[in-house]
Ligand binder design. Structure first.
Ligand code: NAD
Length: 480
């Protein structure tokens, strides 16, 4: 029986391995992690991540050919194929701080593999890593090899949170990069056979190692760039009276461009886009490609601009101050159908409003109070480390309350900010909400989920990103 071990039981390691176990009953899959609470949660009825469809798969496979364990060394030493899916945060100190990827967790995983291995291994980079990481990992492994042979493969993950299971069931592509030597090709073939259990052959792309590593960074940079492009247009729409939904629809009809990923919003978030672009920028700079680096940097700058613009719009519309005013925050996760809050634009928007002394009442369908408070008290980039290394008792921000109901959050509020596109926010009883708010009642839709005209009829002053402004907002232009 082929044995797979995955180091890192996170948003990638958990779902990816669960799907491999489901689709490959002949393979034994162990997912290991240094975080005991995370492993305990994977072994319980309350899984550590919210992802549609994951519960059923884990229930079906757990204890049969899918195991979650903290016995990292045991499972690594027994495995034929080892996936490494640990955190690769942005460095906060030293050379490349604020841009370069911090490979501490990756390196310690590689050293541990070298320490405990007694047989040949295929080591698969599942984490997103800088191009050329495989070379460094290879050096660590082979310098400590005791005669054991290692083949390093790059197999970046393209799943999107919220649709991870769908994405894993029918991926657009599976990318495998390996050495172009006979042993490298053998390893590539072995990994390809795992995916071939359910992925059609023409969707499995084989490349060299560096192309695979770089393709992941490039794909995320292109995706984020698309969001920044439409968001940049949304600012121009507001200035000119054009409507971003109409513009995006017209643009997306061009088959060369396509309709997906053209929704204007308060900005992109999630654990990957910003981190991976910064990493790309750093690699460009290290290679002397300043213009290329500056080009990609701009994608992040526009994202920051969009979040700032949103906060400025809220404050300026509400008579230039939100001091002491209750603002309801609907949605904190970085997108719908996930409880993930890493780099969510809600953090910067909330911090911006708190900076103007607002009282926030936050409601999200999947995010806990502890998680929200942790995010609001964490420093930039500190979030992407194993949870047991993070601040355990976040300082309570007294201007923030977290509630479990949209009506409670909005009760008595001066304004509402919609920051996640949860379906529930489309169907709330906005008449009831309006009746219970201070007047004038403001609604700032950062995800374009509400029916603007209907809400204006109810009496709301509505701001919806990239949509024609109502008279009130025109009179109170937001400073950029
Ligand atoms: N989240 C996504 O949507 C996504 C998509 C594609 C790629 N990625 C990449 O995949 C990687 C993992 O991301 P994630 O979202 O799953 O992160 P995560 O924080 O959810 O999970 C990483 C896990 O690794 C564990 N870990 C760290 N060092 C370890 C070690 N030495 N031994 C054992 N366990 C260790 C941590 O405790 C944590 O549970 C990152 O490089 C990320 O960029 C993420």
């Amino acid at each position: 029986m082929v044995k797979i071990c995955c180091i890192g039981a996170g948003y990638v390691g958990g779902p990816t391995m669960a799907v491999i176990a489901l689709k490959c009953p002949s393979i034994e899959v162990a997912v290991v992690d240094i975080s005991a609470p995370r492993i305990a949660a994977w072994n319980s009825d309350q899984l550590p991540i919210y992802e549609p469809g994951i519960d059923e798969i884990v229930k079906q496979c757990r204890g049969k050919n899918l195991f979650f364990s903290t016995a990292v060394e045991k499972h690594v030493s027994e495995a034929d194929i080892i996936f490494v899916s640990v955190n690769t945060p942005t460095k906060t100190q030293g050379l490349g701080a604020g841009k370069a990827a911090d490979l501490t967790y990756w390196e310690s995983a590689a050293r541990m593999i070298a320490d405990v291995s007694k047989s040949n291994k295929i080591v698969v980079e599942k984490s997103t890593v800088p191009v050329k990481t495989a070379e460094a990992i290879e050096k660590i492994l082979t310098h400590n090899s005791k005669g054991i042979k290692y083949q390093i493969l790059s197999n970046p993950e393209f799943l999107a949170e919220g649709t991870a299971i769908e994405d894993l069931f029918s991926p657009d592509r599976v990318l495998i990069g390996g050495r172009e030597t006979p042993d490298g090709q053998k390893a590539t073939q072995a990994l390809k056979e795992v995916y071939a259990h359910w992925v059609p052959e023409d969707r499995i792309i084989i490349t060299n190692l560096w192309s695979a590593e770089l393709s992941k960074l490039a794909a995320n940079a292109f995706l984020a760039q698309r969001i920044s492009s439409v968001n940049a247009m949304s600012a121009l729409c507001e200035a000119t009276g054009a409507n971003i939904s109409e513009v995006a629809h017209a643009v997306g009809k061009d088959t060369r461009i396509g309709p997906k990923f053209l929704n204007a919003s308060v900005g992109f978030g999630g654990s990957c886009f910003q981190k991976d672009i910064l990493n790309l920028v750093y690699i460009c700079e290290c290679n002397g490609l300043t213009e290329v680096a500056n080009y990609w940097k701009q994608v992040i700058k526009v994202n920051d601009y969009q979040k700032n613009r949103f906060v400025n719009r809220v404050v300026s519309s509400m008579f230039n101050t939100v001091s002491g005013k209750k603002i309801a925050i609907l949605g904190f996760a970085f997108k719908k159908d996930t409880g993930d809050t890493r780099e969510t634009p809600a953090i910067d928007v909330c911090k911006g409003l708190l900076g103007d002394k607002a009282q926030l009442s936050i409601y999200d369908l999947q995010v806990t109070e502890d998680q929200i408070r942790r995010e609001l008290s964490m420093k930039k980039f500190d979030w992407d480390h194993p949870i047991h290394l993070q601040l355990m008792s976040p300082a309570a921000v007294k201007e923030v309350s977290v509630v479990w109901d949209a009506y409670e959050a909005t009760n008595g509020a001066h304004g509402i900010c919609i920051l996640t596109e949860w379906d529930e926010f489309k169907t709330l009883d906005y008449k009831k909400i309006f009746d219970n708010m201070q007047k004038p009642a403001f609604l700032f839709d950062g995800r374009n989920v509400v029916d603007v005209e209907k809400l204006r009829e109810i009496g709301f002053i509505v701001y919806s990103i990239g949509k024609p402004l109502d008279a009130w907002l025109k009179d109170m232009p937001a400073m950029a």
